[in-house]
Ligand binder design. Structure first.
Ligand SMILES: Nc1ncnc2c1ncn2[C@@H]1O[C@H](COP(=O)(O)OP(=O)(O)OP(=O)(O)O)[C@@H](O)[C@H]1O
Ligand SMILES: [Mg+2]
Length: 484
């Protein structure tokens, strides 16, 4: 027997041994190459996917089997693996075809196959799976993702379940929650899981424009409708035809426009500004607000009839401090994403993670993202340390929640002192998280910043470049403007 076939026999025996050992533990595994294609699947996968699956799985992209949310090009686990990191205790749906989904728990890790002689050198990653039958019993155990949303808390898993349940629905949805909790992401996810997914997702911010401009933005106008209306223009409702109109900050909609919106929701018609003929709306409406609408109703700022028309399906996204289980999976996913964008594979030191877990996050997930962007920018090594984090300003008891316990000395993030870095800035200005803070900047400046940020999808690096200022200056101006 030549040495080549001897090696093959040894490799097969090693493979069978490892497969059997994993099967005895109730686990199956996939060996994946650099392109995220399955090279081998252990025989126990047949027990989840049916007879012969282990022969049909090799050659398929992992994203076909476990979904693009986890394993697509921007998937949470793809980014972690590309960054050289292991992930444990995730949940996903394993499938060979669209009609047959099996809930599994999974862990994935980079695999140094070159260092093990009996291994196929093409193997770059391994994914270990086990069936997860008790969907509800262990729902809170591992992080789950849907579209770009990541969570582990029962409260957010209920939101995910609702998104799933809405997938055949066209109902109007009202998403409420503090600023930065992920309302827009939830709206996008509902759209992506709806029959309108191939249609457009069009956002309009009711708080960003004054009345007449907003009306034209929403419903369009005809030439001559007002000074400056030099030609006909279609509005967002028409742009969203066949898709979803995301009406953000609906609590800020001026009363006359509330009447018009009510009419679209009631009988599906509207007029362009300056035109008498009615048009039919073909857009599904998802609205969001961080304003407490019942209070706005009692103060005469919001119409009660519109409120009930909007909240056909109400979804409340809880603040991050009320779902602390989500902080760690979010922080890890954000660190992998921000790190990957800058070609870095970073990990948290246990102390840095502890600081994040203890903070109250009055600015919610957006504040966490900002803090990690900052930390990645200043972190010099591979491990993110507490001193890399911006100063995290605790929420005071004056804001209706108990003050967080004082951090131990090693975790303290003082504005000055040996651990402080020059230019270190608070991630969040003090203020009530649920209401917009009174801007200190002039309103035109606030509007200009908001527009530039919106044009750049709130990517602060891109917005700073567009404005020709440094990120730190932008950060400071945003704070002054009350935008973060
Ligand atoms: N569950 C989540 N998983 C991953 N990213 C999230 C999650 N929730 C929020 N984010 C991220 O946090 C940021 C803020 O989310 P989003 O813009 O959806 O919040 P919002 O509630 O609409 O805030 P605002 O009221 O200020 O408009 C976004 O960059 C979003 O990608
Ligand atoms: Mg928003």
């Amino acid at each position: 027997m030549d040495s080549e076939s001897q090696r093959e026999i040894e490799a097969r025996a090693a493979w069978q041994g490892v497969s059997a050992a994993f099967a005895a533990l109730g686990r199956t595994f996939l060996c994946v190459d650099r392109e995220f294609r399955v090279i081998h699947a252990s025989a126990a996968i047949d027990e989840i996917l049916g007879e012969g699956a282990s022969d049909r799985v090799p050659g398929r992209p992992v994203s076909d089997l476990l979904g693009p949310d986890l394993f697509g090009p921007a998937g949470t686990l793809t980014l972690a693996l590309l960054g050289g990191e292991r992930r444990e205790g995730w949940r996903g749906h394993l499938r060979l075809n669209d009609s047959d989904h099996h809930l599994v728990s999974l862990s994935a890790a980079p695999f140094p196959s070159q260092m093990v002689a009996a291994c196929d050198p093409r193997v770059a990653y391994v994914i270990v799976l086990r069936p997860s039958e008790q969907e509800t019993a262990d729902a809170a155990s591992g992080p789950t993702s849907i579209s770009a949303l990541i969570a582990r808390s029962p409260a957010m898993l209920r939101v995910f379940a609702l998104i799933e349940n809405l997938k055949h629905s066209d109902a109007t949805v009202l998403i409420t929650g503090e600023s930065g909790t992920g309302k827009e992401l939830v709206a996008r996810s509902i759209h992506e899981h709806s029959p309108r997914t191939r249609g457009p997702f069009v956002a309009v911010n009711a708080g960003a424009l004054p009345g007449e401009l907003l009306e034209s933005e929403m419903f369009g106008h005809v030439r001559g409708a007002f000074t400056g209306a030099v030609k006909d223009r279609i509005g967002r409702f028409e742009m969203a035809s066949g898709g979803t109109l995301f009406l953000d900050e609906v609590g800020d909609l001026p009363l006359p426009l509330q009447v018009k919106l009510l009419r679209v929701l009631q009988d599906g018609t509207f007029e362009r500004l300056g035109e008498s003929a009615s048009r039919a709306s073909e857009a599904r409406v998802i609205a969001a607000t961080n304003v407490d609408l019942p209070t706005a109703i009692s103060e005469g700022r919001f119409r009660e009839d519109l409120y009930y028309r909007l909240r056909v399906v109400p979804i409340e996204v809880p603040p991050l401090r009320e779902r602390r289980e989500d902080i760690e999976p979010l922080a890890r996913a954000i660190l992998a994403r921000v790190g990957a964008r800058q070609g870095r594979a970073l990990q948290f030191s246990p102390d840095a993670l502890r600081v994040l877990l203890r903070h109250d996050w009055p600015g919610n997930v957006r504040e966490l993202e900002n803090a990690l962007e900052y930390a990645v920018a200043v972190c010099r090594g591979q491990t993110l340390l507490p001193e890399d984090l911006p100063e995290l300003v605790p929420q005071g008891p004056a804001f209706g929640t108990a003050a967080p316990p004082p951090p131990p000395a090693s975790e303290e993030a003082p504005p000055a002192g040996p651990a402080a870095r020059p230019g270190r800035v608070p991630a969040t200005p003090p203020g009530h998280p649920g209401t917009r803070r009174a801007p200190r900047a002039d309103p035109e400046e606030v509007e200009r910043l908001r527009r530039v940020l919106e044009d750049h999808r709130w990517n602060r690096g891109a917005a700073a470049r567009a404005l020709g200022i440094s990120r730190t200056t932008l950060w400071r101006r945003l704070r002054e403007a009350g935008l973060i």
